[in-house]
Design a protein around this ligand. Sequence first.
Ligand SMILES: [Zn+2]
Length: 397
Amino acid sequence: MGRLFALLLLPILLFGGTVIPFKWNNGESFLTFLERKKLPLSVYYNLDKEDQKLTEDIPYSANCQMVVNSKKIIQQILIPVNDELQLQIYLTPKKRYELQVVPIVSEEHTETLFIPIKTIPYDDILKATGSRNLAAEFVKMFKGKVDFRRGIRPDDTIVMVYTQKYRLGKPFSMPEVHGAMVELNGKRHSMYLHTDGRYYDEKGAQFEKFIFKIPIRNPRITSRFTKRRWHPVLHRYRAHVGVDFGARPGTPILATGDGRVTFAGYSRGYGNTLKIKHSNGFISLYAHQKSFRNGIRSGTKVKQGEVIGYVGSTGLSSGPHLHFGMYIGGTPIDPLTVMKKKTEGFTGKERKAFLAIRDKMDRIFTSALKTKPVRKPYFDFHNTYYVDIDTFKPKPF
Ligand SMILES: [Zn+2]
């Protein structure tokens, strides 16, 4: 088994080898990639079904790394499948290539940030943090609640509480915002992240507009979304970047929202698969279909609720079901967090839980208005580190 490998950002010499960063070719299949790199296809065929399916979830333009030795022989390739798991192809001492799924090591920091508004919130947050994701998340949270185009005064401020992942000292992946507050003309507006993954205001009302609908009638969920799960029996890491709905073969599949079909075809893992591009950068995916509805092809415009195909069991599927995925900019998200939901406000236990979150967050906001915390720079400890493949822990180079 291979032992120590390197992960880094720039080509660098290592054990007489070189690390080469590269981006995943958009739309390239894993098998084509192996052929192009002259790697044995057994790397793929030796995997079990679940890991084979994972290779179809490599995001567009994923940041990958390859280690080659002085004879240009590939020692290792790392390909992220989401922000928690990566595929590691490596050369064993017996000169065989193998693949395993390993975690991506990152640090997480929860930060509270105080930002005086000088121009508009998006620009001020971007300037303070360098994070477009964080700025966009803030705007999304307050959409429909606060109109920032009107009357911003010099004393107006923002407080955000969020968790950000860092890898090699740099932020990566989407931040999770726990709460945000904006003080406009002396009036405070706040939004809070509830345990259901959605944002609510002080009164527990929802302002986010969820434009998407569950793609099947009488949905029965058989498998939920997870980016990384340790399988205790198989002793390996798993991911399921979608929601499975069990249904009889032939059950109609409905478009989750208005959009345009960007892919209608067959893939080994997902079988008959449709992808629909929606506004705001969302892409939905419908896999294992028996067949597509007549007339549906790449380029077809569809309306929300329109039948696009029928449930089947094509591809690497263990029985008839719809695998439904949602992506933003190539990153898988839990589809259930962006589906339409009735919001009648909280009652009982859920109300108690929400109020506890709200009150805790309000105390953080109040204290931040006094202490005015700014973003801490994180120490970029090394451009290079090893990943021990037994412990997955980075070690300084
Ligand atoms: Zn699935």
